[in-house]
Design a protein around this ligand. Structure first.
Ligand code: ADP
Length: 368
């Protein structure tokens, strides 16, 4: 029997609540006690009953479809420091927790991975300082950690989909459908900014799903001349065939090949100056995160919650910490450290503007 804690961390994503619900109920089903850590890593660093609360079956009733995260999330500077993680270690032991499931993005899972790697050192320090007894030391010597990936960006390696990405995509598509109606009526052009600083998944999928005229993503920079010509040609062709509206989707991290950002205003200026289109800019912003989880995210979060509890129960000191993903429609268990490392390599390649490497790394992901 274990005492499992669950936490949501980093950017909120629809489906996090469904994940917490599945973890709570699955853990109870397997005769474990389960605790919610509130406000992400801040809850671990602050500790105590205000932040670490036991969850019962009925506490998560109605959570399956809810957006956001009911146990709160936060960005926690202290957890990036060793002293913060030492406090978190002590608080967890005081609450009697011996396994932790973190639902978050690549930052949160990097933190989880580091915490687990450091744990033997942290707990030894508590023993040396006589903060804990020898017996407690032996009981809590090994920490079992598991990650589930909650992020609207779909930017984590080792999984085909992150919890929340399809809800966000759905919200973006609905928003563009609404804009379509007014664009069509007035024969206008709309330049729409969507989320995605380092990953163009949302922008690309939304552009395909709404038959947008053009899309800008961080992974495919082009020179200003090149994209201006290319976009104007595409838009003119579509207009010549009788299309009354123009939709251009811009990921917030889109860049041109001289590495300067491509902003919606840049795109608007080209559409106005070169094609004379009546053009408006719409930044979708946080509506992309809100609202209930779509069916796929409810399903994904639920199956992954069950798999996460199984993973911590089966974990041994010798097995590396797992991350739960989905690959080719199957729920899979990955090695957390590998998934984090690959995600960082992709991000680094994008930062270095080595886009071919980034794409080949993404394509190579864990394909056995
Ligand atoms: P996301 O999980 O959505 O990528 P962040 O990158 O903001 O979000 O990470 C969320 C939290 O995870 C941070 O506020 C911090 O507490 C923790 N974290 C992130 N990176 C690290 C790291 N390298 N070491 C320790 N903790 C980290």
């Amino acid at each position: 029997q274990r005492n499992i804690a669950v936490m949501t961390s980093g950017g909120d994503a629809p489906g996090m609540n469904a994940n917490v619900r599945a973890i709570v109920r699955s853990a109870i089903n397997k005769n474990c006690r389960v605790f919610a850590v509130h406000e992400g890593y801040s809850g671990l660093v602050n500790g105590g009953p205000e932040y670490i609360r036991e969850m019962k079956w009925v506490d998560v009733r109605g959570w399956l479809n809810m957006g956001g995260t009911n146990i709160g999330t936060a960005r926690c500077k202290e957890f990036r420091e060793r002293w913060g993680r030492l406090k978190a270690c002590k608080n967890m032991i005081e609450a009697g927790i011996d396994a932790l499931i973190v639902c978050g993005g690549d930052g949160s899972l990097t933190g989880a991975d580091l915490f687990r790697a450091e744990w033997p050192d942290l707990i030894k320090e508590l023993l040396d300082k006589k903060d804990i007894t020898e017996e407690t030391y032996h009981t809590y010597k090994h920490l079992n950690i598991c990650g589930t990936v909650g992020s609207i960006d779909n930017d984590m390696s080792g999984t085909d989909a992150t919890i929340g990405a399809f809800s966000s995509l759905d919200r973006i598509c609905h928003a563009i459908d609404y804009i379509d109606a007014t664009a069509n009526s007035h024969q206008r052009a709309f330049v729409i900014e969507v989320m995605g600083r380092h990953c163009g998944w949302l922008a690309l999928m939304a552009a395909i799903a709404t038959s947008a005229d053009y899309v800008f993503i961080p992974e495919k920079p082009t020179s200003v001349d090149e994209w201006s010509d290319h976009m104007c040609e595409a838009v003119s062709q579509h207009r010549a065939r009788g299309k009354r509206k123009t939709i251009v989707v811009v990921a917030e991290g889109a860049i041109s090949s001289n590495l300067t950002p491509i902003t919606c205003e840049d795109v608007k200026k080209v559409l106005v100056d070169r094609l004379g289109l009546d053009t408006r800019v719409t930044t979708l912003g946080h509506v992309q995160r809100g609202g209930p989880a779509v069916a796929f995210d409810r399903f994904l979060a639920t199956l992954q919650g069950v798999a996460a509890v199984d993973a911590v129960l089966e974990g041994t000191p010798e097995t590396p910490s797992p991350m739960i993903g989905i690959a080719e429609n199957k729920i899979v268990r990955r090695t957390l450290v590998d998934a984090v490392k690959l995600t960082k390599s992709v991000a680094k390649a994008i930062e270095d503007k080595d886009f071919e490497k980034a794409i080949s790394l993404r394509d190579s992901e864990f394909h056995e």
